[in-house]
Design a binder for this molecule. Structure first.
Ligand code: AP5
Ligand code: MG
Length: 215
């Protein structure tokens, strides 16, 4: 099962990917999390990426394509994966098509979590993350439910970075959806409601496809 989660910043990609990972035991490949791990480790890529993320801009395509290529070649991706945060531009989508062919994989479904702007802004301003495992939590949570680490606010959830993130999503990432609509593999999911309600819709979207044998 090879899934791609698509949606605006704050639409719930990470939240639903965590559920899918636990439920199906396949890796969650999140380019934003990978970049934040590079930043935390102080690698050359992390140093380059830090100001880009803080400003809500995109890391150059060639870097991101190289990163996803290396990750999908790791053995744990062979039995299925959930990609979150890639592709974010049409050149990235085209590169992923080539990579899928090279690896003899295909994407089963693109799950588009659709959430209106006001709700996105509210979610991002209140979001808390675990700096250790990157799981996300709603406002009011104090520590990570998995490893007990105190939660923090993400640097790019500060007000000055949220607007540019939404703007770049609208200009560069919305066309990516059209790329996949052409392939007929997009499931549009109403992303409003409780996390559990959306989980139910995500599972339906996968099950309804009929090829996977689970619901
Ligand atoms: P990335 O980490 O991918 O950020 P993003 O796309 O902006 O998405 P978010 O992680 O902010 O939101 P999400 O959809 O995962 O929502 P979440 O589940 O957390 O990328 C960060 C940066 O890295 C980019 O800006 C860019 O600079 C760079 N980058 C990454 N990939 C790149 C690429 N391919 N090319 C170039 N640059 C790249 O939910 C949000 C909040 O809402 C949480 O608090 C959650 O608890 C809450 N929530 C979730 N569901 C619900 C619900 N149903 N009701 C109420 N609250 C909810
Ligand atoms: Mg995320």
């Amino acid at each position: 099962m090879n899934l791609l989660l698509y949606g605006a910043p704050g639409s719930g990609k990470g939240t639903q990917a965590n559920m899918l990972r636990s439920r199906f035991g396949i890796p969650h490949i999140a380019t934003g999390d990978m970049l934040r791990a590079e930043i935390a480790a102080g690698t050359p890529l992390g140093l380059q990426a830090q100001p880009i993320l803080a400003a809500g801009q995109y890391v150059p395509d060639d870097i991101m394509i190289g990163m996803i290529r290396n990750r999908l070649r790791e053995p744990d991706s062979a039995g299925g994966f959930i990609i979150d945060g890639f592709p974010r531009t049409v050149p990235q989508a085209e590169a992923l098509d080539v990579l899928m062919r090279d690896l003899n994989h295909h994407l089963d479904r693109v799950l588009y979590l659709k959430v209106e702007m006001a709700e996105l802004l509210e979610r991002l301003s209140g979001r808390l993350v675990c700096p250790k495992c990157q799981r996300t939590y709603p406002p009011g949570t104090v520590a990570c439910a998995v490893d007990g680490t105190p939660l923090v606010q993400r640097e790019d959830d500060k007000t000055e970075a949220v607007r540019p993130r939404i703007e770049i999503y609208l200009t560069k990432t919305v066309p990516v959806l059209e790329h996949y609509r052409g392939a007929g593999i997009v499931s549009e999911i109403d992303g409003r409601g409780t996390i559990d309600q959306i989980t139910g819709r995500v599972l339906n979207a996968i099950g309804e496809n009929g090829r996977f044998g689970f619901h």
